[in-house]
Design a protein around this ligand. Sequence first.
Ligand code: PLP
Length: 377
Amino acid sequence: MKNRFYLDYNATSPFSTSFKSYLEKGDFPFANPASIHTSGKFSRKCLNQVEDFLFNLFDLDASEYHLVFHSGATEGIRSFFEAAQEGDAMFYCESDHPATISSAKALEERGVETIPMSISSSGDFELEHNIELIKSWKTKNKGRAFANFLYVHNETGVRWSLEDALSLKEKADCFVHVDSTQSPGKIINWERLSTGLDAYTYSAHKFGAMKGIGFSFVRKAFPFKPLMKGGAQQSGLRGGTENVLGAISIKLALEDIQGLDLSAIEVLRNKLEQLVLNREDAIVVGKDSKYGRAVNTLNFIIKSKKADISLIQFDMAGLDISSGSACSAGSVEPSNTLISMGLRDYAKNGLRVSLGQCNIGHEKEILKKFEQVIKRL
Ligand SMILES: Cc1ncc(COP(=O)(O)O)c(C=O)c1O
């Protein structure tokens, strides 16, 4: 669309350049990778190439981790916690993505105890407190503990440390799932994972690949229970014919991200942030977090303005930004993340700008429009 700028990459992203060029070819592997004819074997080969690429990229060992393709992070998260049974506990944060919160609700119904962990006012994971929380539950209960760890926060961009996730696992003796959905192309060293954690989950459409596909690395030592039972695909870990084109889109998009200039995105984010901070009644959320934020994300509050009012102004100016938290019936719901960070009074005021590749080269126009709206609000 002409004269519009898409600043909502944490919601979803446009296709990567390489995947768009690939689509122009118009000739794709379509056969079922389980078929033993030549066309089926070609699909299998394409899928295997993507698997090898992902293990190499993230430097994980195929002897230690399964790679499971699924429909996206919602399914990946829900599948991980499927292992929890009555008498076990799931530890999560109120600031987690709704996909995690709703998994907790589903598990409660089967007798899994769900216990919130805490975050600080800057959005950091309160490691020592949360270790003690899990340890204390374990001394009183015989069940197993499963924890979710949100690597890069979708609303605020606040980044947590994988070393903290590993300490949580080792000191509290629990299973840890890392929700890595927002990491590719948004933090430095997004591909550097720690071995030892139980799973990492990704959603392809967040980094320039297709919607409806994602993947998780799941440690072989983890007692994974398939959520989607079906045929024998993916060694029985996830039934359903594999989405080969989707898998190819993942490889092409991640290759593009490897060449992405994150510093150009960070410079633009910082300039937008400065425009926000020129107002006395503004708060930039998560700015003081311990391990920093995703370079593409700016979450801010204008104290006197609810997000739904501000969003209309940005939209009319040609800027697609978001409220960060969910909207229902056209109005913005209070953000559980802002509430967890002690910002209850402004829980309906949070705005999120999340940048990506297509913004580079348009910095001047974006800054001009953004400044006009910020001054007007
Ligand atoms: C951190 C995080 N986890 C999980 C999800 C769910 O991803 P999907 O909707 O692709 O299943 C999202 C999507 O916004 C997310 O940002």
